[in-house]
Design a protein around this ligand. Structure first.
Ligand code: ACO
Length: 423
C-alpha cells in the first residue's frame, strides 16, 4: 500500500512520497522537500538518514539481525570461507565450485606485489602505524593500475584482495627487522596470511587450524556492515568518480578512528591500562558513567545495534574456543570478563543499551593469536575490504549522483571587512 507523508510548514501542506525496502523498512523520500518548501532536513551523524538504496547487506539493529545478500551471518560464519563471502558480496550470488576455485586462483596470482609499491611501503619508518602505511599504499596502487573508466575493475578488485594481507605482513616483518615470507600459494587465504605473519623465511610453517578457523570467522563477521562510517566514506569518495583505490584508501583512513575500527586496538589498550592501575574494573565503570571524565568503555555501545551485536555473540563463542584450545591464560582477559559482567549489570549501561560490540571480543582473539595491538585495525580493514568493494561497485553500477549533504549555516552574517592596518 503506497502512503504519502504530509508535512505542514509555514501554513502550507506538502506531500512527500514514501517507499519500502524488501525487509519492510519504510522511508520518506525527501529529495524534493527543499524545492517545494525551502526546508532541508537536519540529521547530524546521519542517525536517521538513508543515503542510498542497497541490495548488499541487511541489518536490523533492534532484532540483532545481520545478513549478506540475504544469507544470515550465523550460517556464513559457521559454514563459509572468507573468500566465498567476498565473492558473494562482490558478485551478488554464491559461487559455484568452479567459480570459487577460479576466484581463489586469480587472487593468488596477484600476490606478487610490484617492487615499486614495496619501495613506497619501505619508505615509511618501521614505527609508522600500519593503518597509515596501508592507506598510503592502497592510494598509491592507482599509479600502477589502469583506473580510467575503461579500466578493468575486476582486475583491480582481485589485486586489492591479494595485496592487503601481503602489505600488512610486509610492514609487520619490517617493524621486527625480519625478512618477509614468500606467499605459499597452496594455502587458503587465512592460513597464507598467518604463514606470512608468523612464519620465518625459509622455515616451514603451518598455522594451527583452530587459529586459521577463528581468523576466517573474524574476517567473515567484518566483511560488510552496510552504511557505517568507513563504507559511507568509500561511497562518498567513489561518488565523485574517484577510482577504486582512492575510494578504498579513504575508507581505510575512516576506519582507523577509535570510534570505529580503531576501537579494537583501544579495547586492549584500555584493558592493559586497567591492569596496570591495579585491575579495579568498578573504578573504570564509574569513570565511564561520569560525562566529565572524558572516558568511555571502549568496545561497548553501537550506533545501530541496540539490543545485542549478532557478530559479538558469534565471536564470543569463538574467543572462548580459541583461548581454551591455545591454553591462553592472560590476566588482561580476566579483566575483560569482569568489565563485561560489571557493565552488563549496571543500570547506566542497561538503560542506554550499551553491550559489548564485535570489537570487544575481536581484540581479545587477535591478542590470543599473537597479532600485535597496532595491527588489530588492519585486520578489520582486511575483513571489511570485500564490503567496501561491493558498495563501491554498487554505487557505480547504479550510477548514483555525487554525494553532497546540505548544512544549516550558523556563522556570522554579512559584515564589512576591516583592513589589517585598522585592526
Ligand atoms: N561508554 C560509556 N558511555 C557510552 C558509551 C561507552 N562506550 N557509548 C555510549 N555511551 C553513552 C553516551 O555518553 C550517551 O549517554 P547520554 O545519553 O547520557 O548522553 C549514550 O550512551 C548514547 O551514546 P552516543 O554517543 O549518542 O551513541 P552513538 O550511537 O552516537 O555512538 C558509539 C555509538 C560511537 C559506538 C559509542 O557507543 C562509543 O563511543 N563506543 C565506544 C567505541 C567503540 O566501541 N566503537 C566501536 C563501534 S563498533 C564498530 O565500529 C565495528
Amino acid at each position: 500500500m503506497s502512503q504519502t507523508a504530509l508535512i505542514n510548514l509555514d501554513g502550507k501542506s506538502f506531500e512527500l512520497p514514501t517507499f519500502e525496502g524488501t525487509e519492510n523498512e519504510k522511508a520518506i523520500d525527501i529529495a524534493k522537500l527543499r524545492d517545494l518548501s525551502g526546508f532541508v532536513t537536519y540529521d547530524p551523524g546521519y542517525k536517521n538518514t538513508g543515503a542510498t538504496k542497497s541490495a548488499i547487506t541487511y541489518l536490523d539493529g533492534e532484532e540483532g539481525i545481520l545478513r549478506y545478500r540475504g544469507y544470515s551471518i550465523e550460517e556464513l560464519a559457521d559454514q563459509s570461507t572468507f573468500i566465498e563471502v567476498a565473492y558473494l558480496l562482490i558478485h551478488g550470488e554464491l559461487p559455484t565450485v568452479a567459480e570459487l576455485a577460479n576466484f581463489e586462483k586469480q587472487i593468488q596470482s596477484y600476490t606478487v606485489v610490484n617492487e615499486e609499491l614495496l619501495a613506497i611501503a619501505n619508505a615509511f619508518p618501521a614505527s609508522t602505524h600500519p593503518m597509515c602505511v596501508l592507506a598510503a599504499v592502497v592510494g598509491a596502487m592507482s599509479a600502477f593500475h589502469s583506473t580510467d573508466e575503461a579500466g578493468d575493475d575486476e582486475e583491480n578488485i582481485l589485486c586489492l584482495l591479494a595485496t592487503l594481507p601481503v602489505m600488512a605482513t610486509w610492514h609487520y616483518k619490517k617493524s621486527l627487522g625480519e625478512a618477509v615470507n614468500q606467499v605459499d600459494k597452496s594455502l587458503d587465504y587465512c592460513s597464507s596470511f598467518l604463514q606470512m605473519m608468523f612464519g620465518k623465511k625459509g622455515d616451514a610453517y603451518l598455522a594451527d587450524p583452530i587459529v586459521a578457523k577463528a581468523l576466517n570467522k573474524l574476517l567473515i563477521l567484518h566483511a560488510d556492515h552496510e552504511q557505517n562510517c568507513s563504507t559511507s566514506t568509500v561511497r562518498l569518495v567513489g561518488s565523485s568518480h574517484a577510482n577504486l583505490f582512492a575510494s578504498i584508501s579513504a575508507g581505510i583512513n575512516a576506519l582507523w578512528g577509535p570510534l570505529h575500527g580503531g576501537a579494537n586496538q583501544e579495547v586492549i589498550e584500555m584493558l592493559e591500562a586497567i591492569k596496570a592501575d591495579g585491575g579495579d574494573t568498578a573504578k573504570y565503570v564509574t569513570m565511564a558513567k561520569d560525562k566529565n571524565s572524558g572516558f568511555r568503555l571502549m568496545g561497548f555501545g553501537h550506533r545501530v545495534y541496540k539490543n545485542f551485536d549478532p557478530r559479538a555473540k558469534i565471536i564470543k563463542v569463538a574467543a572462548d574456543d580459541v583461548l581454551k584450545a591455545l591454553g591462553v591464560n592472560d590476566p588482561v582477559l580476566s579483566i575483560a570478563q569482569h568489565l563485561e559482567d560489571a557493565a552488563l549489570h549496571d543500570d547506566y549501561f542497561v538503560a542506554r543499551k550499551l553491550y559489548p560490540n564485535v570489537d570487544f571480543y575481536s581484540g581479545i582473539i587477535y591478542r590470543a593469536l599473537g597479532i600485535p595491538t597496532n595491527m588489530f585495525t588492519v585486520m578489520f580493514a582486511i575483513g571489511r575490504l570485500p564490503g567496501w568493494i561491493a558498495q563501491w561497485k554498487e554505487l557505480r553500477t547504479n550510477k548514483e549522483p555525487i554525494g553532497r549533504p546540505r548544512q544549516i549555516y550558523t556563522g556570522a552574517t554579512l559584515r564589512s571587512f576591516v583592513a589589517i592596518s585598522e585592526r
